[in-house]
Design a protein around this ligand. Structure first.
Ligand SMILES: Cc1cc2nc3c(=O)[nH]c(=O)nc-3n(C[C@H](O)[C@H](O)[C@H](O)COP(=O)(O)O)c2cc1C
Length: 149
């Protein structure tokens, strides 16, 4: 799998007064009509538990400067305090945090889930989306962060 190059996103949600984010590369477009997306989320994650409660999430697509953010949202150290810096996010229509640095984002409500191995495929119905800036993407390839340039 490490030979498959992917983009890098931060999946976010809000449940029971808690905002949470997690680095995700297993993200794909699923359907155009209706507009559906999917993410594969490990069942042991906090994100899994919270999305099952909130039934909503956002996918924030990172640009080539986003390596620090990708590392941060994959590291348990972030869980010791508030995960999101004031001014670095706003709440979207789904109630999920939208990162100001995202190059584009999609917000979705949880449409259905499919348990597969130790992950759950979460299919989301897109309720909002925006391209924020025209920046080259952050790429994850062979366990390292790359850019197109
Ligand atoms: C580049 C990268 C991509 C990742 N993609 C996924 C993914 O698609 N699904 C997943 O469940 N975890 C993925 N992870 C792992 C989670 O980000 C990591 O386990 C995180 O700390 C779990 O957060 P939580 O348990 O606090 O919710 C990825 C990690 C990295 C570094």
């Amino acid at each position: 799998m490490s030979h498959f190059a992917s983009g890098v996103t931060i999946m976010t949600t809000s449940a029971a007064g808690r905002m949470h984010g997690m680095t995700v590369s297993a993200f794909a477009s699923q359907s155009l009509e209706p507009l559906l997306i999917l993410v594969s989320v490990e069942r042991s994650t906090t994100m899994h538990k919270l999305v099952m409660e909130s039934r909503a999430f956002a996918i924030n697509i990172l640009g080539e400067q986003g390596e620090g953010t990708a590392r941060y949202f994959a590291d348990n150290a972030r869980l010791s305090g508030p995960e999101f810096r004031e001014g670095a996010y706003h709440l979207g229509v789904s109630g999920s945090p939208i990162l100001e640095e995202a190059t584009a984002y999609l917000e979705a409500t949880l449409e259905r889930t499919l348990e597969a191995g130790d992950h759950t495929i979460m299919v989301g119905r897109v309720v909002a989306l925006q391209v924020v800036r025209d920046t080259a993407p952050l790429i994850y390839y062979r366990s390292g962060y790359r850019s197109l340039s």
